[in-house]
Ligand binder design. Sequence first.
Ligand code: ATP
Length: 304
Amino acid sequence: MSAISVRGLRKHYGDVRAVDGVDLEVPEGEVFGILGPNGAGKTTTLEIIETLRSPDAGEITVLGLDVREDQRKIREAIGVQLQTTVFFEELTVWETIDLFASFYPRSLPVGRLLELAELQGKARARVNTLSGGQHKRLSIALALVNDLRLVFLDEPTTGLDPQARRHIWEMIGHLKQGGKTVLITTHYIEEAEALCDRVAIMDHGRIIAEGVPGRLVTEQVPESTISFRLSPALAEEKLESLPGVVKAGVEDGTYRVITTAPHETLMEIMALCRREGVEAREVNMKRATLEDVFLKLTGRTIRS
Ligand code: ATP
């Protein structure tokens, strides 16, 4: 049984088609990401699955339960981190977790949750004194309070610096190791690539591509770019005839070779340089990313 199954989901706000026919299937134990720019419809999709908003159309089940008919049962079976979480500022971190835990018949011990969020040192600190990263980690800890198998995280690292973001990635990595199913939304490419078993790319309310991140990139944008400088110079045609090369060019002394077989091409470039007595410097290989997939499919970057 899928943890989450969504068929033909639609949601309009007046004239805005926030979600315009979305299908998703998330098996148990998977970290599944919805990646897309601001306004793509990610939060709306997530919150409908969480039973916090109602769909206009579609068949949506969570752990086999229908979002229209079994809202209470679903809410008892999932852990949710909202995009913005407002805490009682006067409470300490410990008290905040303890308060949330009291909402549920069964919960993890507060000490364990502090450990999961690496907030042991902040147990007695008031929540309004936490840094952005600590605040986010606390909100994720609250989604784990009842220790359920299905966890929803809505843009868990938005606005955080790279170090704080990595900290949260580690936390999500532990959830995965613990066998939880995680549905996460993000507009960070690296986050989707680092965390997700599968990712759905969303734009204007639709899923425009879906799959294992690495495979999605290779299928959609198989070309990599190798760039380098040479002294003395070489004729571009010699590079163009190497195996895998789609295109070769040089601009301001920097050669760029586009290839579908990056490793093979790189070795051939090195061999060619040796034969010709040419020295290669500043060699760089850039593989395509999910950003390139988005660019290819929409003509825009995710952050624009
Ligand atoms: P973000 O990352 O900015 O949260 P998102 O991908 O999560 O973006 P949504 O928040 O689901 O996107 O919004 C999708 C579209 O629906 C946007 O155009 C948004 O302005 C609109 N929208 C979302 N919620 C409402 C609402 N309650 N009332 C009216 N329009 C809404």
